[in-house]
Design a protein around this ligand. Structure first.
Ligand SMILES: NC(=O)c1ccc[n+]([C@@H]2O[C@H](COP(=O)([O-])OP(=O)(O)OC[C@H]3O[C@@H](n4cnc5c(N)ncnc54)[C@H](O)[C@@H]3O)[C@@H](O)[C@H]2O)c1
Length: 329
């Protein structure tokens, strides 16, 4: 019988792509998602339990029914701006919710965890590319709520033998190359889908926040990693837990692309003209965020299969072009 893996937030963007990768590996993803942001159509490779990670009775039921060999924990809120105006919402969901999950894992003897952390735990970069050794001092409550969970995981490791791989993603982007899944956030704040929406509908232009940064073209530089590569990295993280135990890894490509570069590439991929609006800098937006992928390469054997911006944007565009097809609810 195939092993069950509990995937919290598995109806969301990165979680759903990871469920597909798990299933390809012969594992059964059991999704726990409250569907606040997730989509039932995105759960295609195993059962969906609709509910909240903070619901202890439901967690007990899931651990008893499915006896998962490990937990992949994606469920969280991830709107940086909202975390500044409504921090309680982020501390409650991301930190307190995770505490309930970790306690349930402890009590049911489930010791293996892969946690979706973020480059936002580093705060403003002191040097770029950023390695895992970079000091962690977030500049918003979202980043702090994720860093708090990293700390919680370390404490549960020391006290209860929890083994965890912490994955600090840079900017997830793209869509399933086979067109089964893609990004569908509402509201959408990520650059690539916003740029592609502007390509599709000039009445919804994209805004470039800040054009006077100390970067080659004045716009912010980010490290975009293909969502299917992130998904594969979770399989490598599970293998790492089996063989080597706890660790933390950055996940990026090690290449930075400016906002203007993304727009130019989106024009090439779509064959459409994109006319962005110019906006002010946003508080707390660092000029450059680029990962050092050395440790993940060395320890996880992780190498992105789709490191190129053209492919990342191409897959996202294919997904967007499908519109609301029959597979989407
Ligand atoms: N997208 C990125 O670029 C990025 C970068 C760094 C880190 N992350 C982290 O990766 C994870 C996944 O991100 P995503 O872009 O797929 O987000 P997403 O919003 O698409 O997915 C998150 C899912 O979690 C669910 N969820 C939220 N709170 C829940 C709760 N209390 N109980 C049950 N389900 C709950 C939502 O309904 C949603 O389906 C998040 O933890 C996010 O912080 C994302």
């Amino acid at each position: 019988m195939s092993e069950n893996i509990l995937v919290t937030g598995g109806a969301g963007y990165i979680g759903s792509h990871t469920c597909k990768a798990l299933s390809r590996r012969g594992l059964t993803p059991v999704v726990l998602d409250n569907l606040v942001y997730g989509h039932p159509w995105a759960v295609q490779w195993g059962p969906l339990v609709r509910g909240d990670i903070a619901d202890r009775a439901l967690l007990d039921q899931i651990f008893e029914t499915y006896r998962p060999a490990a937990v992949l924990h994606f469920a969280a809120f991830a709107y940086v701006g909202e975390s500044v105006t409504d921090p309680g919402k982020y501390w409650r969901n991301n930190a307190a919710g995770t505490l309930t999950l970790l306690e349930a894992m402890r009590d049911h003897g489930c010791r293996r965890l892969v946690f979706s952390s973020t480059c936002a735990t580093y705060g403003l970069p002191q040097q770029v590319p950023m390695s895992e050794e970079h000091p962690q001092w977030p500049v918003n409550p979202y980043g702090w709520s994720k860093l708090a969970v990293e700390r919680m995981i370390a404490d549960f490791g020391a006290a209860h033998g929890l083994e965890a791989v912490i994955l600090r993603y840079f900017n997830a982007a793209g869509a399933d190359p086979e067109g089964h899944l893609g990004e569908e956030h509402d509201p959408e704040t990520h650059l690539i889908p916003l740029v592609l929406r502007a390509a599709q509908d000039p009445a919804q232009p994209v805004t470039v926040f800040g054009g006077d940064y100390d970067t080659p073209d004045g716009t912010c530089v980010r490290d975009y990693i293909h969502v299917s590569d992130l998904a594969r990295a979770h399989l490598a993280a599970l293998d790492h837990l089996n063989r080597k135990g706890a660790a933390a890894f950055n996940l990026g490509t090690g290449r930075g692309h400016s906002v203007r570069e993304v727009i130019r590439m989106a024009e090439q991929v779509t064959g459409r003209e994109i006319r962005p609006l110019s906006g002010d800098r946003r508080a707390g937006d660092p000029p450059r965020l680029v990962a050092s992928g050395d440790l993940a390469r060395r320890e996880l054997g992780f190498e992105p299969e789709y490191p190129g911006l053209a492919e990342i944007i191409g897959h996202a565009w294919n997904w967007m072009q499908q519109g609301s097809g029959p597979s989407r609810g």
